[in-house]
Write a protein of this length. Sequence first.
Length: 141
Amino acid sequence: MIRQATPTDFPELADIYHDASLIAHPFIDPAFVAKDKQRVQDEHLPLNESFVYEQHGEILGFISLSQDHINGLFVQVGHQHQGIGRALINHAKDRHNRLELCCFVDNYPAQRFYHAQGFDITDEKNNDRLPFDEYIMTWPG
């Protein structure tokens, strides 16, 4: 089941962000990810519209959006490659005619995933907080 996240979900979502980020972004210093976890919980999630994928009362993943921009898609490490990310993307597609996201240039698995969901690379930019480049990927709907 996909439902809108509530503030009581934020600590659990921050945990999912942390654990999934360590796997998805091995090029980022784990100390940065650990510190960023609190920012995600306190600043990022309250300012975004987030949806959780929940099964039997357990949150397995989430997507966060600011209007048409996907600011995060994370799935619990033990539940990846089971269609949860695809379901969350499709949930966002059902609500938007166009979606955009940033994906680290070095995150090849994510690029493949987003390409499979119909996203195309449309630009490249520097990340605002880290010394890594990102692709801007869009889904035109």
